[in-house]
Structures are given as structure tokens and as C-alpha cells.
Design a protein around this ligand. Structure first.
Ligand code: ASP
Ligand code: MG
Length: 457
């Protein structure tokens, strides 16, 4: 890690997500946003919405009918944008060449796929969206330059989840990108990079935010703007509580807590590069830039006791009972070793003299019902203890500041929840959250009740 003490440039990097560059109209909104702020000099784009998913599907290798269908969908998305531009012979040729490439790589993938091939294929989404966007800016008489991020984004070769080398990025960005910013707006790709041997890599799904934050850090920029389809971070999901309020400014720690507990809006780990060197990150909606958004920064003044409520559904509660636990040593170690062997990440824990209750973290899980419990795991656990399983629970997280120091919290939180069955409580480990496990069917009502009492009065 290199030390960048504070931003040294007045310039801003703006990132636009897939829905923001989904079609011609939304791309035009992005252009408006960029043109409204002369300091926006680096623009990071995702692939047009839907394209990455289609490319991922092609990369898994599919039969020719499916392949044709997916290719057509990608072509339709990109052509719908080209068709709205004027005089686009050159761009059309370039996009056609990329589409041909995609077809060729997809055929290869259906014979034998690999992680490297997948990344190569998937990277075409960002390459196409950036080419189209540069053309759109040119047609709006704006000076903009297409820049291949792979010239500077060096990563390891962990395809699909490659980790950038921020030291090299800093050096290369200063050499190849920094000076350009004085003369033009640079349009580049999020999500993709290049490993040592020159093969294309990707930084993990949703990786464009990470690209933007890394560039903010590498170039010492003033701010990172993340334009997405929601106007910032709210006290809770406005679909559950219409009275939810936008948080104007939030500390990185708090935003990270919110994301951990299921607030989908951004993944703060991806913002870490910006925040660790003191660059604020703005999050707003590209459809509605005038509404403003939320600023995520290192610290906020007078942080409130209660900041937000988050909800995570489909939680599984495991209760393990064993008399062996009584005054025993190593029982927890045995249980956790077993869980580790089954690749289970434990979320909440509470213990009593002869039992352990724990919930499983299903966030990275790809299983359709969100459950990580396998028969093999249950059988093995049963040799150690009696196991009870309760599915379809919901985790409600109350996120705030210095919660572990506050007086009267118990009454404020639990007083209003007297009509609910709270199955498990986790409190005290973090001064940033209190977690409650409730039956899934009660989750929304619990959130509504808590929101009203903690945020609306
Ligand atoms: N296009 C990539 C994805 O859909 C990266 C991104 O959008 O951030 O995951
Ligand atoms: Mg995205």
C-alpha cells in the first residue's frame, strides 16, 4: 500500500452502473450529469444492464439455440443505442467486431469453458458500453476519450475475483492517465483488469464501484461519485417503510454495517480504497440527480445513536444442545471446526450452558432456497449434539453508533416490540449494531414498528 494522505486534485471520478447506461435515454442522463460538473474527468462505466448476465450465461457454455438467443439479446441492447446515434459507421463496425468476438468465444466456451475464457468474454460488456458512450458524448460536442482500463488496472490471476495491485495502478495511472485529465474527459471500463501475462480479468460482480474507488485513490481525486438507480442510502428500505428518510452523510463504518446486513445499495468494501485515503464517496440516482444523494465519508460529526434498520431474510437458525458442553473445554472448537469443514460461515451466535444457537450466513450462497444445510453437515453435527433447525427466520439489524455505551436501549428497542416473538438477540459485540432474529412473517412489521419509534418521532 502506498500512502496518499489526502486528495490532491480537484477532479472527480463518476461511475455509472448498468441501469444508468442501459439505453440511449439513460446514457443521455449520464451525459447531462457529466456536463453539469466540469470537474468530472474520469468516467467509469458498467456494461449496459443485462449484458453481463447474458455474457456470463454464454461463458458457461450453452447449446447453439440458447447461444443464438443470448447473442441476439446482447446485439439488440447495443443496437438499440447505436440506432439512436447519427453517422455511426465506425462505432457500428467496432461493436460488430466485438459481437463477432463474443460469438467466437461463446462457441469456444461451449466446447470447453474456463475462468480465463469467462473473464475475456464477460469483459466485452464494459468495452461496448464505453465505446457507445464516447460516441454519444462526441455527438453532444463533448471532448471525450476512450481509455482501456487494462493499461493500468493490473491484477492477480484470480479470474472472476481478481485483486488489483494498487501500487502498480497508482504508478501506471500517474504515467498514463493523470495528464490527460487536464484536456479531456476519460471514459473507461469498470470491473475489468489484466493479469501479468496480459490476460483479461474481472474484479467480481458489481466490481465497477471498486474500479471507481481505486481510480479515486490512485489519482488522488477529490470525490468518487457513484450513480446508480437509487437516490442514496435510506434509514430503511422505502418499499417496506414509505416514511424512510435519506441519510445525507454517513460514515464508512456505518455504511459497511448496513451492507453487511443486507442493504443492497452499495458494497462498501468496494469503496474502501477511496475512504481509506479520505476521499468522500457520493451515491445518487442518475435518473434523478437533482434529488441529491448520500455522501459516505471517513467520519461524520455527531453521529446519531440510531442510523438505520436493515433486514435480511431467509435466515436459518441452528440450535445445538449437548450436555457434554457442561464445564467442557473445546466443544465450541469442535462445532466450529466441523462448520468450517463444510464451508459454513456463522453469523450470529448466542450460547447457554448446554446449548449454542447460531445463524448461518447465506449471503454468498448460490443455492436456490438460500439454505446451506446439507444432510452431510446435519449427520455429522448429530454425532456431537442434538440439532434443531428453524428456517425462514429474518434478521433485523439496528445500526447506529456507540450502541454498547447507551443507556435505556433495551427499553427503547424491546418496549415497542412486545407483541413479537424475538427468537434471538445479538448485542454487545459491536457498538454499531443490535441484531434480532424474528420469524420471517413478522419481519416487515418489526421493521415498521422500530422505524416509527426510533426514526419518526
Ligand atoms: N457489469 C458488471 C456486473 O454486472 C460490473 C458492474 O456492473 O459493476 O457485475
Ligand atoms: Mg451493476
Amino acid at each position: 500500500m502506498y500512502a496518499v494522505s489526502s486528495p490532491n486534485s480537484q477532479y472527480v471520478v463518476a461511475k455509472f452502473g448498468g441501469t444508468s447506461v442501459a439505453n440511449f435515454e439513460s446514457m443521455n442522463n449520464c451525459a447531462d450529469i457529466i456536463l453539469a460538473n466540469a470537474n468530472v474527468r474520469v468516467v467509469v462505466l458498467s456494461a449496459s444492464a443485462g449484458v453481463t448476465n447474458l455474457l456470463v450465461a454464454l461463458a458457461t457454455g450453452c447449446d447453439s439455440d440458447k447461444r443464438e438467443n443470448y447473442l441476439k439479446q446482447i446485439r439488440d441492447i447495443q443496437y438499440a443505442i447505436i440506432d439512436r446515434l447519427n453517422d455511426v459507421a465506425v462505432v457500428r463496425e467496432e461493436i460488430d467486431r466485438l459481437l463477432e468476438n463474443i460469438e467466437m468465444l461463446s462457441e469456444a466456451a461451449s466446447l470447453a469453458t474456463s475462468d480465463a475464457l469467462t473473464d475475456e468474454l464477460v469483459s466485452h460488456g464494459e468495452v461496448m458500453s464505453t465505446l457507445l458512450f464516447v460516441e454519444l458524448l462526441h455527438q453532444r460536442n463533448t471532448d471525450a476519450e476512450w481509455f482501456d482500463i487494462r493499461r493500468i488496472m493490473r491484477t492477480n490471476d484470480n479470474f472472476g475475483q481478481a485483486e488489483p495491485d494498487s501500487l502498480q495502478l497508482h504508478t501506471l495511472a500517474m504515467e498514463n492517465l493523470h495528464a490527460r485529465l487536464n484536456n479531456t474527459i476519460v471514459i473507461t471500463q469498470g470491473f475489468i483488469g489484466k493479469e501479468e501475462k496480459g490476460r483479461t480479468t474481472t474484479l467480481g460482480r458489481g466490481g465497477s464501484d471498486y474500479t471507481a474507488a481505486l481510480l479515486g485513490e490512485a489519482l488522488g481525486l477529490q470525490r468518487v461519485d457513484i450513480w446508480t438507480d437509487v437516490p442514496g442510502i435510506y434509514t430503511t428500505d422505502p418499499r417496506v417503510v414509505p416514511a424512510a428518510k435519506r441519510v445525507e452523510k454517513i460514515a464508512f463504518d456505518e455504511a459497511a454495517e448496513m451492507a453487511t446486513f443486507g442493504a443492497k445499495i452499495l458494497h462498501p468494501a468496494t469503496l474502501l480504497p477511496a475512504v481509506r485515503c479520505g476521499i468522500p464517496v457520493f451515491v445518487g440516482s442518475s435518473k434523478d440527480p437533482k434529488t441529491g444523494g448520500t455522501v459516505v465519508c471517513d467520519k461524520t460529526k455527531n453521529p446519531p445513536l440510531f442510523r438505520a434498520l436493515a433486514l435480511r431474510r431467509k435466515q436459518t437458525l441452528l440450535t445445538l444442545h449437548s450436555l457434554k458442553m457442561l464445564h467442557a473445554r473445546g466443544f465450541l472448537a469442535e462445532v466450529f471446526t466441523l462448520l468450517l469443514r463444510h464451508n459454513i460461515s456463522v453469523d450470529l451466535i448466542s450460547t447457554s450452558e448446554v446449548s449454542i444457537a447460531l445463524t448461518l450466513d447465506t449471503t454468498g450462497s448460490t443455492s436456490t432456497n438460500g439454505s446451506l444445510l446439507t444432510n452431510a453437515l446435519l449427520t455429522e453435527l448429530a454425532t456431537l449434539c442434538r440439532v434443531e433447525v428453524e428456517e425462514d427466520m429474518a434478521l433485523v439489524a439496528i445500526i447506529g453508533n456507540e450502541l454498547s455505551q447507551a443507556k435505556g436501549l433495551g427499553k427503547r428497542v424491546f418496549g415497542v416490540l412486545e407483541s413479537f416473538n424475538i427468537r434471538m438477540i445479538s448485542c454487545g459485540a459491536s457498538s454499531h449494531n443490535i441484531c434480532l432474529l424474528v420469524p420471517g412473517k413478522d419481519a416487515e412489521q418489526v421493521i415498521q414498528t422500530l422505524h416509527q419509534s426510533l426514526f419518526e418521532s
